[in-house]
Design a protein around this ligand. Structure first.
Ligand SMILES: [Zn+2]
Length: 313
């Protein structure tokens, strides 16, 4: 009897879990090894990356980080301790991808200059990831600038294809960098109350972003796609990823790899409308389908006091 009840409880539990699971999301981090504003020391960066990786382990987040190799150098010399920050990701079993060498803007520089920056951006990492049995295969566009028109986007797609890279799109774009900057400034001022206020507002904002883009996906495609979230390797994400992951899990999400996310057919959809914007791929598909004005309403806003920190730089 006891056995039967145990089995029943186990079945009910499995049933509940399978029904409460409503979404899948890949969490990605740009601007590796780290964006630290006023805090330049290597120990600060080690702690920041260490904290992120600990949270990945706790929540089984299959994270991928996109590297700007220029950040590995100081005065033209490769800094081993900075390369070691990338090894922390790889040692943990997490993936790395290319985010160009110097974070050049494809909407401002020529095709040749930009693609040169992509190739410069793999000098260290292509061999580094090989040591861990990985391939350097994903590419994330700085500023999410894929090209201001079809011609320039197509040229980049061909280049990436020829060099065995896969575009790493984003479905949930956001302004985490604004919170990150305000949070870092509050830390510089040693204002712990303000840091906590910004941190909590950040988690609320990112939760709203998830729900907003989930809704946009359902409106546009009639279903919730496998999402790809853009974050940055900064202090606020290190300090609040644990809370953010809990919120996302509470909404029924599980964390998937970039490879799994790209198995969603949505990412094969053609983009036909271009502009000087760096936006979510859901927005790109919506614009390409002729959606206007009202369709995009309700995108969560960054609080004014957070924005103000950037104005007072
Ligand atoms: Zn970036």
């Amino acid at each position: 009897m006891l056995m039967r009840i145990t089995v029943l409880i186990a079945l009910l539990f499995a049933f509940r879990i399978s029904f409460s699971q409503t979404g899948e999301i890949c969490i990605t981090f740009d601007d590796l090894p780290a964006v630290t504003y006023d805090f330049k020391g290597i120990e600060f960066k080690q702690q920041l990356i260490g904290k992120l990786i600990k949270t990945f382990d706790v929540h089984k987040i299959q994270a991928i980080g996109f590297v700007n190799e220029s950040r590995l150098y100081e005065g033209g010399t490769l800094v081993d301790e900075r390369v070691a920050l990338l090894r922390m990701w790889l040692d943990g079993g997490y993936e790395l991808g290319n985010h160009t060498y110097a974070h050049k803007d494809y909407h401002k520089v020529s095709f040749n200059e930009f693609t040169g920056d992509i190739l410069n951006g793999e000098q260290v990492c292509r061999d580094l990831v090989k040591e861990y049995g990985q391939e350097y295969r994903y590419f994330r566009h700085p500023f999410l600038h894929i090209g201001p028109d079809k011609e320039k986007h197509d040229a980049l797609k061909s280049f990436l294809n020829d060099h065995n890279y896969i575009e790493a799109p984003v479905s949930i774009d956001n302004d985490d960098y604004m919170f990150a900057y305000a949070y870092s400034k509050a830390r510089t001022q040693d204002n712990k109350a303000l840091m906590a206020k910004i941190g909590n507002a950040y988690v609320d904002y990112m939760e709203k972003k998830l729900l907003f883009f989930e809704g946009q996906s359902r409106k546009l495609l009639g279903r919730n796609i496998k999402h790809i979230l853009l974050l940055h390797a900064n202090l606020i994400d290190a300090d609040y990823l644990d809370e953010l992951a809990r919120r996302y899990r509470d909404h029924g999400y599980r964390f998937i790899s970039m490879r799994e996310a790209l198995e969603d057919d949505a990412y094969q959809m053609q983009i036909t409308t271009y502009g000087n914007w760096g936006i979510s791929w859901i927005d790109r598909w919506a614009l390409s389908a002729g959606k206007k004005g009202d369709f995009f309403k309700g995108d969560p806003l960054v609080p004014d006091y957070v924005k103000a920190a950037l104005d007072n730089q």
